[in-house]
Each structure stands twice: as C-alpha cells, then as structure tokens.
Write a protein that binds this ligand. Structure first.
Ligand code: VG1
Ligand code: CO
Length: 567
C-alpha cells in the first residue's frame, strides 16, 4: 500500500464537558459521537493519558461492529499514526468481541486496546455507541486511568491526526499495510476476528468431549442446544465454535448469528425481558435441553435449561465454582480464589467456604477483578448482570461461560435443572432478583439516592424492623459500599447503598453507570433459605421487595409503578 511519506497535522479543538467514562467506558448516543471533534477529542485524550508509553507501542482495535464503528476506527487509525503509535492490530471489518480483544492484548503482550462498543445497549443511528480503553493485562482501564482521561477531556485544545492517510476499505481486507508518517513507520495489520479466540477456547476446554455431547454417541443421545447471538458480535464466534468445531446444526442449534450494526433493532441484552424470544423458543420446543444468549459485545451470557428453566447469574457462578475440576484449564492451572461484585447474590461464597478458597467482594464493574487475577489470587468470578469469567482473560466472557456449563453438563451427565436442584440441596439457596427502573428522570433518581444517604447518616435504619406479608426483617447494618483493593490499596467509594438484615437478606440500591440518557435505578434483592429451596424466586422475595420500595420511597421519587426489567 501507500508508502509515500505522509505528514501529520495539529487540529485546534475545544473540550466537551460530558466525556466521563462510566462503569465500562464512554457510552453516548451515536449522534453525540458524530459531533465534530467529539470522537477525536476522546481518542486523543486516551493517548495523552498513556503518556510516554504510547510512543512505539502496538494497540488492538475492534468492537461489536455497531453503527459508527467504521468511521470511529478510521479516526483512531489516523490519530494513532500521528501520535507515534507504531502498530494497530484490527479485526477484519472492525469486528472483535470484547473477550477477544482482552485475549489478543494478552497474547500479543501489547500496551492495550481500544474497544468500540456500548455492550448491551441498543445500536443503530438512533442508539448508542461507546469507546473503552483496556490496559496491558487485557482488562478495562482502572478508575485512576479513566479519571485521568476525563480530566484531559475537560481541557483539550488540540489533537494530532494524519488526514492524508488513506483508510478507505483498509479494515475490510486481511493483511498488513505499512505507512510512513513524519518519517516513522506505522503499520496497520488486519487480522481474522475469531482465529486467536477459537484457539484459546480449544486450549481451555475439551472440544472432543463437548462435540460428543452435542452430536451424541452410541450410548447417549445428542444434547440439544439453542444458542442465540441476538444479532451481536458473537455470531461469528458461535458459527465457528459451535457449528464448525462442535458439530451443532446451523439451522436448529444457533440463531441470530449474523452481526448487524443495529442488532436488528433489538436490545442485545441477554435477560428474561430482552431475550424473551429465546425463552419462548425453549418453552415451545421441549426437545431443547439447553439455551444460551449473549449481549452485543459478547461478554454477557444467560443460561437456560429445558423448558427455559432460568439459572440466575449468581447461581451460575456458584455451580461453576463447585465443578471447575472438569475443565482442563483449571486442572492444569489450579483453582485459586473466587470473587463476585457486591450486588451479586452470595451463593458462590458458600462454595468458597466449603472448598476452602479465598473469596472477594468487589464493586460493580469487571475492572475490579483484574488486580486479584494478576496477583494469582482469583480464578473465577462473576456479576449478577449476566457476567461470568475466569483468569484466562481480563473481561467477562459469554462464550467461555457457555462452554464451561456444557463441560459441567457433560461431566455430571445431568441436565441444567437437575444440577441446580442438587446444588441447592447441598448449599441452600440464595434467592435473588433485580428490579431495573430504566431512563427515569435524573432529578428524581438523584433525590432517591440522596434520601437513602440521609437515612444512613441519621443512623435510624439499624435496629429497625420492617414487616410485609407477614414476614419481618430487622436491619443489622446499612452503609454505602466502599472497597479497598487488596493489591494496590486503591479505594472505590459510594459503590451502592446496602441495607443488610439480621437473617442475611440484603437490599441494595445503585444508579447505573452504563446508560446514555436519563438515570437507571437498580434495586437488588436477596435472601437465603437453607431448607425451602424450591419456591419461585419472585414469590419468595415479595415481602423484601415491598420493604425495599417502602424504605426508598421509590414510587414517590420516580413516579414509576413498575420496573422496566425484572430479572
Ligand atoms: C452494568 C452492570 C455491571 C456490568 C456493566 C458492564 O453496569 O450492572 O455489572 O459490569 O454493566 O457490562 P451498570 O453501571 O449499568 O449497573 V457490559 O456487558 O455493558 O460491558
Ligand atoms: Co457487554
């Protein structure tokens, strides 16, 4: 390709005041990113935050292929070339799942990666886009780096770019292009989106056994699966892994496996509300033994059994923790500690206690797991928000979670529901539900949190009893969760209001940090039962839900009668 010398230029710009990264990167409406210099400013600030490490570095770039990905990648190429980055490794057509980016950063031992995604948020011209920076270990940038990026966005005055660098169709074709920018070499390598990731999964799992499970053997009928990519990026990985490698049927075992830049106008979030299609398919067709869905960028997963039997992510984590020995990766590397985010139900804690493993409780967001993994103290972790993963990478990993579940099923020769029932019998059951009130008025949502904080400072909650539907709960402790990282002692404060009851039940309130408009309030409700483990979760948690609404006065502050999503 073009080898004639190119010159970069400096472009004057002015700051935007809304470029604060949230729980996982900067997420805004596409229209916001399309504003003149908006994307350029943010990308330049990422580079400025990296300081002298940037010079001569290699970065991985790619994302879930949502609308605006291509122009954003072209902008990144031009700005990177002008900022003395020496090489970009980009997925063909800009496609990489979030777990695949994490894996590539680690495999190539590069400085980091830029992930273009707004994850489970809807895509398309009227919806969301996002940019996230991942560091050397493959994980999302820690708060300290995100904060310095944000500080820079507030005062940026110029960015550097190479406008004459021809990006037209550059990312469409596999191969390496070399440029000469300001007398330096700048390389763009376009690689296959799935190859490295598929190889990694083959190292971790026993594909022969999984293939036998899915295809069936002389002594065992095929285990019938239905994998739903929800038109997100996992489509390409699912076709490769489940159809080509594991022998699943492209017609009957997978669905929505062509990534679309607007996700077919659906909300690519694998939960009971937004993946209702999959739930219905499993309920209508009882021959399916297993169902799974992923979000837009492939880091979330939902696991269902026969007749759409639902596995809460908190239970999913606990079951995997209890059965890791059947996965070759853990046989080889051993199992160190476990961890969960604070709002995630504590089912895995019981497994950790029984197996004598270290257990960590971190704030919401995958970035808090990375240090523990790097220190060799954490092997498996999860979040209630459909995130499960291990120390094979530093992001949650939807496809990994499904392969892990299939490995457990293959090993135990049991179905999903049976496995859960056995687990509850052994450990008791943590009932969990989450109520989401999406896109509320920001003012009301803030007032709700302020009011709860007031109750905390007044100290009136502790010792108080609440009764609903004949059940009483006494408050043992109430606080705003803060976390000290055991490895680098960094502190994360105000991570969610917790009301902890004497019997171990919990109510948690926090505002979402991934939305792009209005405020989303999340209420997490959990209780534990040692004996009566087969009641429906919504029935079991009804009294606590009522109490949770009463304490927070949610209806008054939000004018909402019902949540938008119940999980
Ligand atoms: C949500 C989830 C959180 C998850 C985050 C990113 O954050 O609650 O557990 O880590 O999304 O997931 P929030 O701040 O909206 O509650 V993803 O798949 O959107 O990268
Ligand atoms: Co995601």
């Amino acid at each position: 390709m073009s080898s004639e010398p190119l010159q970069s230029i400096v472009v004057e710009t002015t700051p935007f005041d809304d470029q604060k990264p949230g729980t996982s990167g900067l997420r805004k409406k596409v229209k916001v990113f399309m504003q003149k210099n908006y994307t350029e400013n943010f990308v330049q600030c990422i580079f400025d935050a990296l300081g002298c490490k940037l010079k001569g570095s290699t970065l991985i770039v790619g994302g879930d292929g949502r609308y605006f990905s291509k122009p954003a990648i072209n902008t990144i190429i031009r700005i990177a070339s002008a900022n003395e980055v020496s090489k970009l490794i980009i997925g063909q057509l800009g496609i990489f799942s979030t777990p695949a980016v994490s894996a590539l950063i680690r495999q190539h031992k590069v400085l980091g990666g830029i992930v273009l995604t707004a994850s489970h948020n809807p895509g398309g011209i009227r919806n969301d886009f996002g940019i996230k920076y991942n560091i050397e270990n493959g994980g999302p940038a820690p708060d300290q780096i995100s904060n310095s990026i944000y500080e820079l966005t507030k005062k940026i005055t110029q960015y550097k770019t190479t406008p004459t660098l021809e990006t037209d169709r550059l990312i469409d074709i596999l191969g390496t292009s070399k440029f000469n920018v300001n007398g330096r070499d700048f390389t763009v390598e376009i690689i296959d989106s799935t190859k490295n990731y598929v190889a990694l999964m083959k190292e971790i799992f026993d594909f022969h056994k999984l293939r036998a499970l899915i295809r069936g053997t002389d002594s065992r009928p095929p285990f019938s699966i239905l994998i739903d990519s929800m038109n997100g990026v996992t489509g390409v990985y699912v076709r490769n892994i489940f159809v080509e490698e594991l022998g699943a049927s492209p017609d009957n075992n997978v669905r929505r496996v062509v990534p679309l830049d607007n996700f077919g106008e659906i909300h690519p979030d694998p939960n009971l509300t937004y993946a209702k299609d999959l739930v219905d398919a499993l309920q209508e067709n009882a021959s399916y033994d297993f169902g799974a869905a992923f979000d837009g960028d492939g880091d979330r997963n939902m696991i269902l059994g026969k007749n759409a039997f639902f596995v809460t992510p908190s239970d999913s984590l606990a079951v995997l923790a209890n059965n890791l020995e059947c996965i070759p990766y853990f046989k080889k590397n051993g199992v160190h500690g476990f961890a969960r985010s604070m709002p995630t139900a504590a089912a895995v804690d019981r497994v950790a206690a029984k197996l004598g493993k270290e257990m960590f409780e971190v704030p919401t967001g995958w970035k808090y797991f990375g240090n523990l993994m790097d220190a060799g103290r954490l092997s498996l972790c999860g979040e209630e928000s459909f995130g499960t993963g291990s120390d094979h990478i530093r992001e949650k990993d939807g496809i990994w979670a499904v392969l892990a579940w299939l490995s457990v099923i293959e090993h135990k020769k049991m179905g999903v529901e049976e496995i859960l029932k056995e687990h509850w019998k052994l450990y008791g059951r943590n009932y969990f539900t989450r109520y989401d009130y999406e896109e509320c008025e920001t003012e009301g949502a803030n007032l709700l949190i302020e009011n709860l904080e007031k109750l905390l400072t007044e100290g009136t909650l502790v010792g108080k009893s609440y009764t609903a539907q004949g059940k009483s709960y006494k408050v043992a402790k109430a606080d705003n969760f803060s976390y000290v990282d055991p490895i680098d002692n960094s502190v994360a404060q105000n991570q969610g209001i917790r009301i902890l009851f004497e019997d171990g039940s919990r109510l948690i309130y926090r505002l979402s940090g991934t939305g792009s408009s209005g405020a989303t309030i999340r209420v997490y409700i959990e209780c534990y039962e040692k004996e009566d483990v087969l009641t429906d979760a919504q029935v079991m948690l009804k009294p606590l839900v009522e109490i949770g609404l009463e304490i927070s006065q949610l209806k008054k502050f939000t004018q909402r009668e019902e949540p938008t999503v119940i999980t």
